[in-house]
Design a protein around this ligand. Structure first.
Ligand SMILES: Cc1cc2nc3c(=O)[nH]c(=O)nc-3n(C[C@H](O)[C@H](O)[C@H](O)COP(=O)(O)OP(=O)(O)OC[C@H]3O[C@@H](n4cnc5c(N)ncnc54)[C@H](O)[C@@H]3O)c2cc1C
Length: 267
């Protein structure tokens, strides 16, 4: 029975952390004011990393702007983006399509990726991600749904059949291990898997990179599936690091989808 998915799952699995003892030791060694006079971000570790790195440039601990919101906003508005690269967040995304991850991995600067392999992992029971357009249509949604689901079921059957046939057709003795033989079978059989095939991906990005990704993929001209994901990521990061992502506004379009727009573009 082929499974279909309509919504991604988004797990925020890693976040920055500060070793306050080491920060205090550094400040003491340098003879500058200690915490909290030097670091106004206090317990907000995401903003603290930004503040510690930015203040190091001018050794301005204990001097200058006292309000952390004003401090971070000044960095954003003056496009002092490099300090935002010190703060990393890691997400696991599941229930996303291969077409989404193909677009996602085009974002190079500041990102690291680990994606489920179609060569090592069997895709026999792989679910498929339905395009969000299906839920947005007024007329003929039923017919479009039948066409899409029919095509995906046929692809799934072709994959299963191909695996069976290739297992017998590709000589086992040409490979050192069973794993290598299985890999040869799966890497050939995946040729018939469509863009809609579900995949899972671990993505770590720094704040500068995530801001750029959300700006590009949260815009109205982005594909609806990746736009939905960008909005979900933004919602998590706005809770997690409000000072670093609070300038994005979220709007709802007449078709029910949403967009994200930053006040400070491409920091
Ligand atoms: C709506 C939409 C439609 C698209 N359509 C297509 C399409 O039809 N075909 C297609 O091929 N792609 C398409 N793309 C992908 C797009 O061209 C980019 O590859 C993708 O958005 C990644 O963004 P980026 O180039 O800013 O790279 P990122 O890796 O996110 O880099 C961030 C920034 O770092 C800098 N940077 C990164 N790498 C370099 C480098 N090597 N040299 C210099 N500066 C660098 C740039 O300033 C860049 O903007 C589309 C993207 C969107 C949002």
């Amino acid at each position: 029975m082929t499974k279909f998915i309509s919504e991604p799952k988004v797990y925020l699995v890693s976040r920055p952390s500060v070793d306050w003892e080491q920060v205090a030791a550094f400040l003491a060694d340098e003879g500058v004011p200690g915490i909290p006079d030097s670091i106004r971000a206090g317990d907000d570790e995401s903003a603290a990393v930004i503040e510690i790195s930015a203040r190091l440039c001018y050794m301005s601990y204990g001097r200058g702007r006292r309000d952390i919101e004003e401090f971070v906003t000044n960095l954003l508005s003056s496009k002092d983006g490099s300090v935002f690269e010190h703060v990393n967040y890691g997400f696991v995304f599941t229930g996303v399509s291969r077409s989404l991850t193909h677009e996602l991995v085009r974002h190079r600067a500041g990102f690291a990726y680990s994606q489920r392999s179609q060569r090592y992992v069997d895709e026999t029971d792989a679910p498929f991600v339905l395009p969000p357009a299906l839920a947005m249509m007024d007329g003929d949604a039923e017919e479009a749904g039948l066409i899409i689901k029919g095509a995906l079921e046929a692809a799934s059957e072709s994959y299963d059949r191909l695996v069976e046939v290739l297992q017998a057709a590709i000589p086992r003795d040409k490979f050192e291990s069973r794993t290598d033989h299985r890999k040869a079978v799966r890497q050939a059989a995946r040729a018939v898997l469509p863009n809609a095939t579900e995949t899972k991906i671990f993505v770590t990005g720094n704040v500068r990179a995530w801001r750029h990704f959300i700006e590009m993929r949260g815009a109205v001209f982005a594909d609806v599936e990746i736009r939905n994901l960008a909005l979900r990521v933004l919602e998590e990061l706005q809770k997690e690091a409000p000072l670093l992502f609070g300038d994005f506004t979220i709007d709802e379009l007449p078709d029910g989808t949403r967009t994200a727009t930053p006040k400070y573009s491409k920091v």
